[in-house]
Write a protein that binds this ligand. Structure first.
Ligand SMILES: [Zn+2]
Length: 524
């Protein structure tokens, strides 16, 4: 049965039921479904499950989607918000990846962290190995702040992107964060410090040995430079890199083209955006784009390489993107373009897509932007399914959707079905026919469904009276218990969703680094 028709029909009944709800003694039907509908949906699920069969093909392509900080509560709340934006009650809605046939739980601790940052968690997925806090694709015997290029070279662990390049496949990276940020960087860079994104971020001397570091002979390269100077094999393979972080590629003597007050962050005087074009030229037509019109002008049919850096730092939140001065593509548009470049390779491809700013909005205590970025992340996954289906390669593509770690984000209280997910908790009334009423705390004040355990949303003078506050406003900061400048990550498991070749190996309770081993098993 087509779910959309199903929901649309019963939505009408639900609205009717609610408008009649004040009649004396009439039971309120909060959800749109009748008893038989729940049974029909359950039976349909069983029938679908019976027809599932293991796809044991070799994966021609692998796409790894990582929602940065996209814990399970974030997925639930985004699913409800997306449904409510379509005028449904929301809980029954399904994000694009909610339809994937296989799921598992992912344990996100790292070699030295109970609750991890993005560096070791993405390293786990990229290399098959759990690393140390802040380190990218080097092993745990690496000293913090290690500056020697020779030492890093000895300790580096090969990534799935590097393996795919060795297999002769094309590769790509798409993110709403800086392309040098921990999650995308773990695929192509090897370094002890995730913050060494431009050379100006490196210390002048090694904190362990006192040896000269930044710019010195034999010192490790900054992450932006590593992306340009990858091995010849990866250089040929890495066709698309789209995201933010432009100033990390620009010399400090050059002003940003979009924000003339910002300047480049490189002290070595190099313009790595131009070096991308010249270093890739031997392999094919290469371009650099920093705004939407240049991005749109790039035609995958007659171009091979595209570096797109659309902001000095991270790209805009989806909620703010329309106001960008020079215009920038959405995550869905970047993913679509990357796929059209990569699909030209008859040997297949590896693509990583990160919804990088779900995490940033959560750190800011701002659920609205975190959820709209999660919905856009889901849209990028749907677009991927559509593009692969149209190209006839969907069943040859392993698609994994997961998160690197969670956040302290909660869905709490006893809100009624269909209650605005960004709103105050309005509970099911004690008597049928009565209007929904706000839940109240011990002091008689209402509270929101969404909140954080810690972060900037903590109010130093106690709980505010939210009775007349628009908690659905895009800038509203959900309340938090522990006051912190930035809300933190959380340590519980995250979800993994999978479809395509070897997707059935995603099952049960998994260590995060096993995701790499599933991707490699599918590719081999
Ligand atoms: Zn974070």
């Amino acid at each position: 049965m087509n779910r959309h028709h199903f929901s649309a029909v019963f939505l009408g009944i639900a609205l009717f039921a609610q408008t009649c709800a004040h009649a004396q003694g009439t039971p309120v039907v909060q959800g749109p479904e009748a008893v038989a509908d729940w049974f029909r949906a359950g039976q349909a699920f069983i029938e679908q499950s019976k027809s599932l069969h293991d796809n044991n093909r070799r994966a021609k392509n692998v796409v790894l989607f990582v929602g940065d900080g996209m814990g399970i509560s974030t997925i639930t709340a985004a699913r409800i918000l997306e449904g409510q934006l379509k005028n449904k009650s929301g809980e029954e809605n399904r994000l694009s990846f909610d339809r994937f046939p296989y799921t598992a739980l992912s344990k996100t601790y790292s070699w030295d962290q109970q609750t991890s940052d993005s560096a070791p968690t993405m390293t786990a997925m990229a290399t098959g190995y759990k690393a140390r806090e802040g380190m990218l694709s080097v092993n745990h015997t690496t000293a913090r702040g290690e500056c020697s290029a020779a030492v890093i070279d000895a300790k580096k662990i090969r990534t799935v992107l590097e393996h795919a390049a060795e297999m002769g496949k094309s590769t790509g990276i798409v993110s709403t964060a800086r392309i040098t940020h921990a999650t995308p960087a773990a695929l192509y860079a090897h370094t002890a410090m995730r913050d060494w994104e431009a050379d100006s971020n490196l210390p002048t001397t090694d904190i362990n040995t006192g040896a000269p570091c930044r710019g010195a002979e034999g010192a490790v390269k900054d992450i932006a430079r590593q992306m340009i100077e990858v091995s010849p094999q990866v250089r040929k393979s890495l066709k698309v890199a789209l995201g933010g972080g432009r100033t990390y590629f620009m010399p400090s003597t050059v002003m940003d083209p979009e924000y003339p007050k910002d300047k480049g962050r490189r002290l070595d005087g190099r313009d790595l955006t131009q070096e991308w074009v010249t270093s890739r030229a031997p392999y094919g037509q290469a371009s650099y784009a920093w705004n939407k019109s240049q991005f749109d002008a790039f035609e995958p049919a007659n171009n091979s390489y595209l570096l797109g850096l659309f902001e000095p730092s991270h790209v805009q939140y989806e909620a703010d993107r329309a106001n960008d001065p020079a215009g920038e593509p959405s995550l869905t548009e970047m993913t679509d373009k990357a796929l059209r470049v990569l699909l030209k390779d008859p040997k297949g491809f590896f693509l990583h897509v990160e919804g990088g700013r779900i995490d940033h909005a959560h750190h800011a205590g701002n659920a609205s932007r975190a959820l709209t970025d999660t919905i856009e992340f889901s849209n990028a996954i749907q677009r991927t399914l559509d593009v692969l289906k149209n190209s006839g390669t969907l069943e040859d593509t392993l698609i994994i959707v997961t998160a690197d770690h969670s956040h302290t984000f909660t869905i709490a209280g006893y809100p009624s079905r269909g209650n605005n997910i960004l709103g105050l908790v309005r509970e099911v009334p004690a008597k049928d026919g009565s209007p929904l009423k706000n839940s109240l705390d011990a002091n008689g004040r209402p509270f929101t469904t969404l909140a954080y355990t810690n972060g900037p949303g903590a109010r130093p003078n106690g709980r505010p009276d939210l009775t007349n506050v628009d908690t659905t406003h895009v800038d509203f900061l959900q309340e938090a218990t522990v006051p912190l400048a930035a809300e933190t990550h959380a340590g519980e498991d995250v979800a993994i969703y999978a479809r395509g070749p070897k997707a059935h190996l995603v099952r049960g309770s998994m260590e995060q680094n096993w995701i790499f081993h599933v991707m490699m098993e599918a590719l081999k």
